[in-house]
Design a protein around this ligand. Structure first.
Ligand SMILES: Nc1ncnc2c1ncn2[C@@H]1O[C@H](COP(=O)(O)OP(=O)(O)OP(=O)(O)O)[C@@H](O)[C@H]1O
Length: 246
């Protein structure tokens, strides 16, 4: 049975449908890549799954609960969001130290001081930024901020991890660090990961399955190797070969 399932999803802005998904399911402990042209609806999909976007229609089956998304209350969303880690494209840091930024989610959860100390230390070690703990978060480089944004969600050990172009601003060395972290936590905790990326090599390296979104629909999905080697639709073939015009 699927761990995460979307049905009859429709998202519209100003009367225009930007995402329509009849059904999409995701299994526990897999890494999924989401690729597609700019403006096709990838970030919108992640925001819906992270319960940050209230769609006009749609059901989400997650953690054994079947949720009618348009009627989800703020309080109902919060309890589910505690198990979801979402790293947005351009992370915002609070004007505080790196430590405090990473600790914030744990403080909200009322965790004991010593446990927070341990968990934040581990998360910073994992992203190889231990030395920045006392630095003001606003002074981090763009690439460092991306990794701190990841540490900030890893620290509460989410069951679902949604990453929106998390390495868009990183050089190859730091992309490699980022990918190692994703693989490590995925192996250790069987976290289910969905990653939106324009880096097709990254999708190929990192994921088990890929989905191709075009004009607000999932046009094709499949096991990563076959997805790249034998695309089944002309749209995906054109996209992968850089022939797609949009
Ligand atoms: N809050 C909003 N209000 C109005 N339109 C929006 C809003 N959010 C997204 N859209 C529109 O929805 C469509 C899908 O946007 P989305 O950000 O999901 O695309 P994307 O595939 O993630 O693009 P990119 O790869 O460039 O980040 C776009 O046409 C965008 O302009």
């Amino acid at each position: 049975m699927a761990y995460l399932e979307l049905e009859h999803l429709q998202v519209a802005f100003a009367g225009k449908t930007v995402l329509h998904v009849e059904k999409a399911s995701f299994n526990r402990g897999k890494i999924y890549g989401i690729v597609g042209p700019s403006g096709s609806g990838k970030s919108t999909l992640l925001r819906v799954l992270s319960l940050l976007e209230r769609p006009a229609a749609g059901w989400l089956n997650v953690f054994g609960e079947n949720i009618h998304l348009p009627s989800l209350t703020h309080a109902g969303g919060l309890s589910l969001q505690r198990r979801i880690g979402y790293v947005q494209q351009k992370p915002t840091m609070f004007d505080a130290t790196v430590f405090d930024n990473v600790a914030l989610g744990l403080r909200y959860r009322g965790m004991a001081r010593e446990e927070i100390q341990t968990r934040v230390g581990e998360a910073l070690r994992l992203v190889e930024l231990e030395h920045t703990a006392t630095q003001r978060a606003h002074t981090l480089s763009g690439g460092e901020a991306q990794r701190i944004a990841l540490a900030r969600v890893l620290v509460y050990q989410p069951d679902l991890l949604f990453l929106d172009e998390p390495t868009a601003n990183l050089d190859p060395y730091h992309i490699a660090i980022f990918e190692r972290v994703i693989q490590a936590i995925h192996q250790e905790r069987q976290t289910t990961v969905l990653i939106v990326t324009h880096n097709l090599q990254q999708a190929r390296r990192l994921t088990d399955h890929c989905l191709f979104i075009h004009k607000g629909s999932i046009v094709e999905r499949g096991e990563t190797e076959a997805f790249f080697a034998q695309p089944q639709t002309s749209e995906l073939d054109d996209f992968l070969c850089g022939r797609m015009i949009y």
